[in-house]
Design a protein around this ligand. Structure first.
Ligand code: GLC
Length: 442
C-alpha cells in the first residue's frame, strides 16, 4: 500500500505529462556515474541506414486500445490491476492488421517501423516464458510481435521494438526501487524480455526503450542490458531511454536537434495521444506533418510519427488520410528529405530549408505568388527550378537577397520546393543584412 501510494504521488507531482519522466530518463549522466559507451566502435555503420531514413512509423497498440481513452488510462484513471488485466481476455485483433500498417508506412514514405512490444500496462504482444500476460497466451492466441515484424519485412521496411521498462502490472514494478529482492526479480524479468525479443524474432533494426522509472541505469543494470542486446543483435541501434546515451536521443513531441554528430529522432503523435483515443480529434494537418519532417531533415534528425490503431488493429481513418497525403508529397519531393545534410539556412517567414551538398531546397509552406525571396544567402545561386517539375526559374540576386521569379500564382502543391543549385555550400547571414543593407535616405 505504502509503495503504491508513494508511486502515485510521485507521478502526480511530476504531472501526468510523461515528458518529465522521459526527460529524466534522457538526461545526460552526471556526477560520478560513469558508464561505458557500449557499441561506440560500430555506431557509424550501424546507424547508416537510419541516418538516411528520416521518417519512421511509431505504433502504439495495446490493451488500452480497447478502452480508447489514451494509453495512460490505467494509471490516470486509477484502474486496479485485477480489473485492467481482464482486457487481455478480450483483446482479439483481426487477422494480420500489421499488413495495413506496413503498407501505409510504405505509402507514406516511411522507411522504418517501431511497435510497442510492451507498454507501461505490462501486456506483452510477444511470446514470453516469464508471464501469461502476453498475446499468445490470452484471447489473441497468437504472437502479434511476430506478425508485425513479418509485415514490415514484407514491405521492405526496417523494423524494431519499443519496450517499456516501467511496468504497472508487475508486482515488483514499483517496489523494486526500495526492496532489493524485488529489484533483483524485476530486473531479471525485464532483461529476460529484452533477451527474448532479441533472440526469437530474427534480425531487429531498433530497440526503443521507454520510461526507466523507478530505477536509475545502475539499478536497471543498463550496461549489462545493452551489452546483451549488441551481443544478440550486432547491427541493432538502441535509444537513450534506459538511462544510457545509446545511439540516439529521443526528443518527444518537440523538434530539438542535438549538437554535433549526435543522432536524434523526434517522436510525435498525430493527435494528442499515442494510443487510440476515440475522442481525440486534435489531428495535425498533413501540412504540419510535412513541415515537421522538413525541420527534422534540416537539422539532421529523424521523425518518428505515431499511429494508434484501434483494438482490432485497424488504423483510424484520419491517420490513413493524413499519411497518404504526406506520402504523395514525399513521392514528388523526397529528394529534398532523404539523405539531406544539416542545413544552416533557416530564416524565412514563408519557407523552411534543407540541403544536400551545394543544393539548397526552399520549402515554401506559405506560398506568396509569383516571387519567392530569401535574404542573407552567402553563396551565388547558379540556377533554380521547382522540384515537382517545370521550366527553370529566373534568379535575381544581389549581396543581400535572392529572388526566384516566374513562379505560378497558385501554390503548385501543398509545400512546393524550389531547388537552388549554389556555387558553394549554402549558408545564411542575417546580421549582414541587418547591418550592411544599404540605408540611403533613411
Ligand atoms: C512517453 C509516454 C508513452 C509513450 C512515449 C513515446 O514516454 O509515457 O505513453 O509511449 O512517451 O515516446
Amino acid at each position: 500500500m505504502e509503495g503504491k501510494m508513494s508511486r502515485r504521488n510521485c507521478l502526480a507531482i511530476m504531472g501526468t505529462s510523461t515528458a518529465a519522466l522521459t526527460a529524466a530518463a534522457a538526461r545526460p549522466l552526471q556526477g560520478n556515474q560513469q558508464f561505458e559507451d557500449i557499441g561506440a566502435e560500430t555506431r557509424a555503420s550501424r546507424m547508416k541506414w537510419w541516418r538516411e531514413a528520416r521518417f519512421g512509423m511509431f505504433i502504439h497498440w495495446g490493451l488500452y486500445s480497447m478502452l480508447g481513452r489514451h494509453e495512460w488510462a490505467m494509471e490516470n484513471e486509477g484502474i486496479p490491476v485485477k480489473e485492467y488485466e481482464q482486457l487481455a481476455q478480450q483483446f482479439k485483433p483481426k487477422p494480420f492488421p500489421a499488413r495495413d500498417w506496413a503498407q501505409l508506412a510504405k505509402r507514406a514514405g516511411m522507411k522504418y517501423m517501431v511497435m510497442t512490444s510492451k507498454h507501461h500496462e505490462g501486456f506483452c504482444h510477444f511470446n514470453t516464458a516469464s508471464t501469461s500476460y502476453c498475446a499468445p497466451k490470452q484471447a489473441a492466441g497468437r504472437d502479434l510481435a511476430k506478425e508485425y515484424l513479418q509485415a514490415a519485412r514484407d514491405e521492405g521496411l526496417r523494423a524494431g521494438f519499443y519496450y517499456s521498462l516501467m511496468d504497472w502490472h508487475h508486482p515488483d514494478g514499483a517496489r523494486c526501487a526500495t526492496d532489493e529482492a524485488a529489484r533483483r526479480r524485476f530486473v531479471d524479468y525485464i532483461h529476460g524480455h529484452v533477451r527474448e525479443l532479441c533472440t526469437n524474432y530474427g534480425k531487429l533494426d531498433v530497440l526503443w526503450y521507454d520510461v526507466s522509472w523507478p530505477l536509475d541505469p545502475k539499478g536497471w543494470e543498463s550496461e549489462r542490458m545493452n551489452r546483451m542486446v549488441f551481443q544478440l543483435q550486432p547491427d541493432i541501434i538502441v535509444n537513450n531511454r534506459n538511462g544510457l546515451p545509446g545511439d540516439f536521443s529521443t526528443p518527444e513531441q518537440t523538434i530539438r536537434a542535438e549538437q554535433g554528430e549526435r543522432a536524434w529522432e523526434s517522436c510525435m503523435t498525430m493527435n494528442e495521444s499515442w494510443g487510440y483515443n476515440v475522442g481525440d480529434d486534435a489531428w495535425k494537418t498533413p501540412k504540419q506533418v510535412i513541415r515537421n519532417l522538413i525541420t527534422c531533415a534540416r537539422d539532421g534528425g529523424n521523425y518518428l510519427f505515431n499511429i494508434g490503431p484501434k483494438a482490432d488493429g485497424s488504423i483510424p481513418e484520419e491517420s490513413v488520410k493524413i499519411l497518404s497525403t504526406v506520402g504523395e508529397w514525399l513521392d514528388k519531393n523526397g529528394e529534398a528529405i532523404y539523405t539531406a545534410e544539416r542545413c544552416q539556412v533557416r530564416r524565412s517567414n514563408i519557407a523552411n530549408f534543407t540541403r544536400k551538398g551545394n543544393t539548397l531546397y526552399v520549402h515554401v509552406h506559405f506560398w506568396p505568388g509569383e516571387m519567392v525571396a530569401v535574404g542573407g544567402l552567402k553563396t551565388k545561386v547558379k540556377s533554380a527550378r521547382l522540384l515537382a517539375g517545370g521550366p527553370p526559374l529566373k534568379v535575381v540576386q544581389d549581396d543581400f537577397r535572392v529572388q526566384f521569379q516566374g513562379l505560378p500564382k497558385q501554390a503548385p502543391g501543398l509545400v512546393p520546393v524550389i531547388v537552388a543549385e549554389c556555387e558553394s555550400e549554402p549558408a545564411q547571414d542575417m546580421m549582414l543584412v541587418r547591418k550592411d543593407r544599404p540605408r540611403e535616405g533613411v
